[in-house]
Design a protein around this ligand. Structure first.
Ligand code: PMP
Length: 425
């Protein structure tokens, strides 16, 4: 059915429609739902796919014969590093495998840059009068809260369908206080955007006033395809080296949404100089990583193709949930001119932009109807969405029925908030 944009309705028609939608909302509320679309967590059926890990490893020696139960091996098991190198399209020599969280590795890198500076820093970042980071928005809330926690100022640039907005980035990097930026290159959180090779090449090659400019290239969703098109990530390390800035990118990934979200393996990949710098710092904080967990993952997957096969099983479980989100939004909101949303081909999120000025109201209405949504604005630095229109939907954790019920409710809330706003004149 082709709907009329709400903006084309007369005042009387809008008032009548408000009455109808308010009634639908009251019915929704009366159902006493208790649903949650807030966090991008794997569902328990997804976690079950990796239960064989609980009986592994079957041995305690790695390929080299080292006893993984003991200390040592700071850069991680060679065979685990090979798997990440293959998945990320980088040389195995560039890879470090660590603990269970890539977010922790990002935090370690930032704190080391602040306290010590990087290999090419004139001084530790903390000795600069001000340090700023470029934040593509909407983006990952934990990236932004990490910067806020560390006292790094945030400057936003738009996140486009092919990656960060290059002209906006270029306009900022002639300020020497701008020391770096976040990029989630593949199936970005929350828009699902994939950074093109062209955009990646420009980011790696552009001149920057800071000699130690860093791009924290968080490839958390490199292999998390939702369709049978298995998009390859841009070759950040290769492009950076080719343009004379080998130390600019530091890449991160993990198996958090591949095996167990709380007990996977995280990895970092970077130039030889950056890697040596990272390992030197890490050597003061650890004697070695959890190599038993590395070996368990190596036995479970065998190789990178094992990971790719495993990701297809995830896809089969979660793709229907994304379809349910798309169906609910398009059947109830298409053509009304009050919402736009992404149809991601990978990752964990759907980005919903509602009528300007109504996102907080939508989240509040949903909450009162028992549907928990991520707080409006959380995909922006300091939680401040200047247009109050952005909502991140995370459909993986609830079961399919719940996703359907929650999204039908969200659509009602989106329309009710829009009608309230439009009838207010
Ligand atoms: N980066 C991004 C972009 C994410 O969405 C997430 C998980 N929500 C993480 C990092 C967290 O990764 P890890 O579990 O390895 O710390």
């Amino acid at each position: 059915s082709s709907a009329t944009p709400l903006s084309a309705l007369s005042a009387d028609d809008l008032a009548a429609r408000l009455t109808t939608v308010r009634a639908a909302y009251d019915e929704l509320k009366a159902r006493g739902l208790k649903l949650d679309l807030t966090r991008g967590k794997p569902g328990s059926d997804q976690l079950d796919l990796s239960n064989d890990l609980l009986g592994l490893p079957s041995s305690y020696r790695d390929r080299s014969g080292a006893d993984v139960r003991n200390y040592g091996g700071l850069e991680g098991l060679a065979e685990m590093r090979e798997i990440f190198a293959d998945l990320l399209g980088v040389d195995v020599a560039s890879v470090v495998c660590g603990g269970n969280s890539s977010l922790t590795m990002m935090h370690q890198v930032l704190t080391a840059l602040l306290l010590k500076g990087g290999p090419d820093s004139p001084r530790p970042w903390s000795q600069e009068p001000v340090v700023k980071f470029i934040c593509p928005v909407p983006g990952y809330d934990r990236h932004f809260t990490m910067l806020a926690e560390l006292g790094i100022e945030m400057v936003s640039v738009p996140m486009n369908a092919d990656g960060p907005d290059v002209p906006a980035v270029r306009a900022l990097v002639d300020d020497p206080a701008v020391k770096g930026m976040w990029v989630v290159p593949t199936y970005a959180n929350p828009t699902g955007a994939v950074c093109s090779a062209e955009v990646a090449a420009e980011l790696m090659a552009m001149p920057t006033a800071a000699p130690d400019f860093r791009i924290l290239w968080d490839n958390a969703y490199a292999v998390h395809h939702l369709t049978d098109v298995e998009t390859k990530s841009a070759d950040a390390l290769g492009l950076a080296a080719a343009s004379g800035h080998p130390n600019r990118p530091i890449m991160f990934a993990s198996t958090s949404k591949i095996t167990f979200a709380g007990a996977g393996v995280a990895a970092l990949a970077a130039s030889a100089e950056n890697k040596a710098w990272y390992l030197e710092r890490l050597g003061f904080a650890a004697i070695g990583p959890d190599k038993v967990n590395h070996l368990r993952h190596v036995e479970f997957f065998d190789d990178a193709d094992g990971v790719r096969d495993h990701m297809r099983k995830h896809r089969d479980l979660i793709a229907p949930k994304f379809t349910a989100v798309e169906d609910a939004l398009s059947s109830r909101l298409a053509g009304l001119g009050i919402a736009e949303w992404t149809v991601p081909t990978g990752g964990y999120f759907v980005n919903l932009d509602v009528l300007d000025g109504t996102a907080s109201r939508v989240v509040q209405l949903a909450k009162e109807a028992g549907i928990a949504l991520t707080p409006a604005g959380s995909a922006f630095p300091h939680g401040n969405d200047p247009r109050d229109r952005n909502i991140r939907l995370a459909p993986t954790f609830p079961v399919l029925d719940e996703v359907q019920a929650a999204m039908a409710g969200v659509a009602v809330c989106v329309e009710l908030a829009a009608l309230e706003s439009l009838t207010r004149g």
